[in-house]
Every structure is written in C-alpha cells, then in structure tokens.
Ligand binder design. Sequence first.
Ligand code: SF4
Length: 259
Amino acid sequence: MTLETLSPSRAGDFKTCPQLFRFRAIDHLPEPTTPQQARGTTSHLALQRFYELERADRSPNRLYDLFRQAWGEIRNEEEFTDLFASPDEERQWGIDSLELLANYFQLEDPNSFDPLERELDLLEPIGEGMMIRGILDRVDRRTDGRIVITDYKTGTAPPETYSIPAFFALKIYALLIRRHLGETPVEVRLLYLNGPTMYRFPVDDRQLDAMERQLNALWSAINRAIERDHFPPRTGPLCNWCSFRPQCPAWQNLEALAG
Ligand code: SF4
C-alpha cells in the first residue's frame, strides 16, 4: 500500500503522533463527534452561505438564520444524532453558538468585500509524486490584487507564541493556491470566533518552498512507515483529547504497568 493523497490534517497527525495517523488514515477508525465539532461544521456552512448574500444583507441576524437553517439540515445526519442529552441542552448549545457567531462581526466587516472563493476544494500535485488535498474556507483578493487565505476557527485561540503550529495547514493551503492559480498568496489568517482573535502570518515563495521540502520529507516518512508497518505512538498533551486512548498501545502498556 502507498499513500495516494495527503491532507494538511493528516500531515499534522503524522507529525504529532504516527500512531494517531495510523488510526485515522490507515485503519479509518470511527471517532465520536462532539458538540464543539458540530458547532464548527454548522458555523462553517453558515459562513460559506453568508457570502452568497448581497453585501447589504450580511447582517448578524441573517448569519444567525443561516446557522439555524444549516443545523436544521444536518442535525439528523448519523454523525450528529445522540449529541445532546435533552432538547434543553441542544437549545443552550444553539444559543452559545449564536453568541460565538456574533463575535465574527468584531473581526471583519462583511459588507466591505466579496470573497474570491469559499470552501475551495483543491487536489494538486506538489513535489515528487505527491498529491495534496485541502478545502480552503475562504480566499480573498485584496484591493492591491494580492491573495489572502482565511481559515475560521470556532475553538479558543492559543496564546500568540503558540500559534505558529496552527499555521502549518494554512501554509499548505498557500502552496495549493500557488500551484492552482500560479500566484503566491501574501498572507494567511486564522479567525478565532471564540475570543474573538485574529492571527495573521505573511507568506512568500521562500517559505512555501521550505514547506514543499518539508511535505516531501513527510510524504517519504509516511510511505516508509506504511512499508514497515511502523507507526510509533508519541505520547504528549494531545493524548488528553485523543479519542483513541483505549486502543492506543502506549496507553495499554502504561495501564498494564500500573495494574
Ligand atoms: S493516545 Fe496519544 S500516543 Fe496514543 S494515538 Fe492518541 S495521541 Fe497518539
């Protein structure tokens, strides 16, 4: 078996913990959906549709309506059933979600621009025999003609000093755009609705060339791991949120030692 495509999320998994990558990308083990993930999915859908509206119609109330409409459409899908213990819990989740979306208007003025692309699904050959797939939340062309990539986050922003790893996926998106449009984006931005906080990071060809080399090395390392069936677990703070802890050999060994 060899890898056919790589996404920024799976590349990040392999960097963080090869065993986690195996659970997700090779074994395709199911993971439970959390209310926070449901909020992220619904908010992304609402924000995507928000920019189909005329500029003058992009008000907070229209965004809230789009969130309610999106949730109504997806709430019965299998991954979102049994998410809430009671209707009251679901209602409170909805209220909290709308409060989060209200923060969006503190980050940027949606009446002042029209995105170039939303939810842009790209699959591009990068480097040596590597196919990279990414879905970009939004691509804008600034008034000076330069391209900016924006990613929405519904979780809490990390402190700025820890925000650099969060740009890993965005730099891969920038590479994809460079390949797709033949233009180098000038900036990538993370919009954290919880806060709210915006982090911006300038990009250039030199950085994207370095990212391409890093991805090539990662692609080779992943294919070597597949050949040898060697995906060592790498324990760390992420284990506290990892849904595969019960299946993870690292934690089974620890429990055996403790027992
Ligand atoms: S529990 Fe920790 S070591 Fe195990 S797969 Fe998850 S992140 Fe990796």
